[in-house]
Design a protein around this ligand. Structure first.
Ligand SMILES: NC(=O)c1ccc[n+]([C@@H]2O[C@H](COP(=O)([O-])OP(=O)(O)OC[C@H]3O[C@@H](n4cnc5c(N)ncnc54)[C@H](O)[C@@H]3O)[C@@H](O)[C@H]2O)c1
Length: 308
């Protein structure tokens, strides 16, 4: 990959940052393209060898004006499910239309594309663990816009001969994200006697560490043997939010002190359970997710210097 020109859309975001950190050690030709709508300039600054272009994926002129690329990781997206339900048009513009713009850039350059899709394309699955073949059953506008993005990827592969790999992420976590682990730890740092869970707490998720996702992204980006494939990237295990809360309390030694409550309300587009079948990624990519939830909780505690 060292001579390749690599573009990461959404490279200033959470997963994009971790991917770019790793890519910057492999290629000297890395470009981050991000409008900083939710991404952070610190993330860009912390990958000093990458070239940064502040731009919107919906700005085709700027996007296509970038130098010719060999490989495009397309991560830029509107990522908030409740927001997609309140603003379906904006979500569609960024995630569906924006993906077509990125594909146009790829078509112009004859670049390979790795597309960041989501568990949301499965909606509320009824088959567990859910394989890639489960099919599209989106349950939110976000899920639908990712389905449209995937379908355009397949179209560009079939009709224009582009090399495209689709990766579907479960619940990715790690340093610099704003997920439920950080939320619980922040709440407990403020008040260790009480933890309120938004929702029923019964929803369960397949939590995968960002470093494991990045490793899989590097593997699918290398070579051309994964052209046309779709990969679930999770850990192949489902943990309920209540179980996660208990795990955090145990690690902090608060299990006999903190009172856990739930708001008992779910939100539009929320799904009950995510549990990926990751056997295809394990076999094809010779990939095994390594980081446990315990490791990651300890990582965040150390990073934030949380002491209770
Ligand atoms: N984090 C997860 O658990 C998860 C799960 C499933 C799928 N994904 C997908 O992974 C990708 C990265 O997600 P993330 O968690 O890092 O989110 P993030 O919000 O941290 O990153 C998204 C990035 O895209 C940028 N962006 C948004 N709209 C843009 C536009 N119009 N033009 C240019 N840049 C734009 C944002 O500024 C941000 O830096 C997304 O495609 C998301 O849908 C993430």
């Amino acid at each position: 990959m060292d001579e390749q020109k690599v573009l990461v859309t959404g490279g200033a975001g959470f997963i994009g940052y971790h991917l770019c950190r790793k890519l910057s050690t492999i290629t000297g030709n890395l470009t981050i393209y991000d409008d900083l709508s939710s991404g952070k300039i610190e993330n860009v600054n912390d990958v000093p060898s990458a070239k940064f272009v502040k731009g919107d994926i919906l700005d085709l002129q700027t996007l296509c004006g970038l130098p010719k690329q060999d490989l495009i990781y397309h991560l830029a997206a509107q990522v908030v499910v409740p927001y997609s339900m309140e603003n379906p048009l904006i979500d569609f513009e960024t995630n569906a239309k924006g993906t077509v713009y990125v594909l146009e850039k790829a078509r112009k350059d004859d670049a390979k594309v790795v597309f960041a899709s989501s568990a949301a394309v499965y909606g509320n699955p009824s088959v567990f663990p859910t394989p890639e073949t489960y099919g599209f059953h989106p349950f939110s506008c976000y899920g639908l816009s990712k389905v449209v993005g995937e379908e355009y990827c397949q179209m560009y592969r079939d009709q224009y001969g582009l090399d495209i790999v689709i990766t579907r992420f479960a619940n990715v976590y790690g340093l610099r994200c704003h997920g439920v682990i950080h939320d619980f730890l922040d709440k407990l740092a403020k008040n260790p006697n009480k933890l309120e869970i938004i929702g029923t707490g019964k929803q369960s998720r397949d939590f995968v560490h960002v470093s494991d996702v990045v490793e899989a992204l590097l593997r699918v980006g290398a070579g051309d043997k994964f052209n046309g494939e779709i990969y679930n990237l999770g850990v192949g295990k489902s943990t309920s939010i209540l179980e996660l809360a208990q795990l955090i309390l145990t690690i902090l030694g608060l299990q006999n002190r903190t009172i856990v409550t739930t708001t008992n309300q779910s939100w539009q587009g929320d799904v009950t359970k995510i549990w990926f079948d990751i056997s295809k990624a394990q076999k094809d990519l010779n990939w095994v997710p390594k980081v446990t939830l315990e490791d990651s909780i300890n990582e965040v505690i150390a990073d934030r210097k949380i002491s209770i």
